[in-house]
Write a protein that binds this ligand. Structure first.
Ligand code: AMP
Length: 191
């Protein structure tokens, strides 16, 4: 079973993806995590994407599609969870093609609905907690970058909601419920 978790930054996609990895042996494919890893390891790609990410803008379709392509070839275990990908219609089309190439298809798109002000609050807190725990906050977990990330979401990613709805793949759930309740809603969709 292959699914997309769709929702704005801070909606809880990563948290829920980790739970599905634990409970169902699925594989989490987070383009955000892959890009951060490229930044940290100082690869050529990491250098290219660094400033764009810190500002809160989207990196090019070509880069993220390439990252996903690399991951689809290996063991598929309990299926893929696409977390933070696709974020544009071009990425959505590319994903359908890539899945078809490896004999797979998309089974569900789960939209996690949340409220913007709650997101800003959650992300600013996530940054504070990271610092309080002795770590460093994500470079894009500040209010300025977050406003840009939200705008990018509404401009470029939210059209995917209509697109997947039209294809009959979309389920929308309340992303503001407790983590356990959100997980239960997702499990219900997966059947
Ligand atoms: P995330 O961890 O999913 O919030 O992603 C962090 C940042 O990585 C985003 O703000 C973008 O700059 C970049 N990014 C992650 N996934 C994508 C994607 N599918 N398309 C374009 N940019 C992405």
């Amino acid at each position: 079973m292959n699914i997309i978790l769709l929702g704005p930054p801070g909606a809880g996609k990563g948290t829920q993806a980790s739970r599905l990895v634990e409970s169902r042996g699925m594989i989490q494919l987070s383009t955000g995590d892959m890009l951060r890893a490229a930044k940290t390891s100082g690869t050529e790609m990491g250098k290219i994407v660094s400033e764009v990410m810190d500002r809160g803008e989207l990196v090019t379709d070509e880069i993220v599609i390439g990252l996903i392509r690399e991951q689809l070839e290996g063991d598929k275990k309990g299926g893929f969870i696409f977390d933070g990908f696709p974020r544009t219609l071009a990425q959505a089309d590319a994903l359908a093609e890539l899945l078809a190439e490896v004999g797979e298809k998309l089974d569900a798109v789960i939209e996690m609905q949340v409220d913007d002000e709650v997101l800003v609050h959650r992300i600013v807190n996530r940054a504070k907690e990271a610092v309080a725990a002795g770590g460093t906050a994500r470079a894009d977990d500040n209010e300025d970058s977050l406003r840009i990330r939200l705008m990018e979401y509404y401009k470029k990613t939210s059209p995917l909601i209509g697109y997947y709805h039209a294809k009959g793949d979309l389920s929308s759930i309340d992303g503001l419920a407790s983590m356990d309740e959100v997980e239960a809603s997702i499990v219900k969709v997966l059947g």
